[in-house]
Design a binder for this molecule. Structure first.
Ligand code: PGA
Length: 249
């Protein structure tokens, strides 16, 4: 059975002391009603926060990105091997803020393969711009993102991936997709996976919604049959709101 997941994406926020305090507070509050809680934290804090969550059950740490080359002359980049050597188990791949600075479906496909080859679960982010939503071509657009970066995988590898649907127009804007809009896209993605793979594979994959998830709207979003939790930006930066969201299943 697929997992219910509360995932936070801290992005480029918080200094070291605030970040470690937040992680401690979140661990203290616990995972809430879902099956798994993940915090995607800035690179410099990965190791320390991984230690903070070490004894917490079902609370884990993710990197926010990784490089698509294995190693070498890529100043300032972080490889999947490095993440593995820190015992990091999850990594965001293809957040729209990374796609906007040049990460293509092809690059993301390579990142997905590298993560899986190293035992790291990719949290694959996808989602359309406002223009595409208004044109009415959003379902096909997001489907193509999945096809290009994920659909080369074998069944057992695809089953290891977590998908996060994040409409760009809802990220950091306070404008959430309605529960119907979220469910419609999630159902479309799950059906697409069922057609390409099997119903069992489609049923086994957690599909999270991201984009202005808050304590006030989480319950309505998570109540949908195909919404298996959230990838939360702004509201993951305070233990209280993140914890309230985690109670919304
Ligand atoms: P938001 O960000 O919750 O602040 O909209 C979500 C995300 O970018 O993952």
């Amino acid at each position: 059975m697929r997992k219910k997941i509360t995932a936070g994406n801290w992005k480029m926020n918080l200094d070291y002391d605030s970040a470690t305090s937040l992680a401690r507070e979140i661990v203290q509050k616990g995972i809430g009603k879902g099956d798994l809680m993940i915090m995607a934290v800035p690179f410099p804090y990965l190791s320390q926060i991984n230690n903070i969550v070490a004894d917490a059950s079902a609370i884990d740490v993710a990197a926010q990105n990784c490089h698509h080359e294995v190693k070498g002359a890529y100043t300032g980049e972080v490889s999947v091997d490095m993440l593995k050597s820190l015992n990091i188990k999850y990594c965001l791949v293809g957040h729209s803020e990374r796609r906007q600075i040049g990460e293509t479906d092809e690059i993301l496909k390579t990142k997905i393969d590298l993560c899986l080859a190293n035992g790291i679960t990719p949290i694959f982010c996808c989602g359309e711009s406002l223009q595409i939503r208004e044109d009415g071509t959003h379902q096909g657009f997001v489907q193509t993102q999945l096809e290009n970066s994920l659909f080369h995988l074998a069944d057992d590898d695809l089953l290891k991936v977590i998908i996060a649907y994040e409409p760009i127009w809802a990220i950091g804007t306070g404008k959430t997709a309605s529960a119907e809009q979220a469910q419609e896209m999630h159902a479309h993605l799950r059906n697409t996976i069922a057609q390409k793979y099997t119903a069992a594979v489609a049923d086994g994959i957690s599909i999270l919604y991201g984009g202005s998830v808050k304590p006030a709207n989480a319950q309505e979003l998570f109540a949908n049959a195909d919404v298996d939790g959230g990838l939360i930006g702004g509201a993951s930066l305070a233990a209280e709101s993140f914890s309230a969201i985690s109670e919304s299943f």
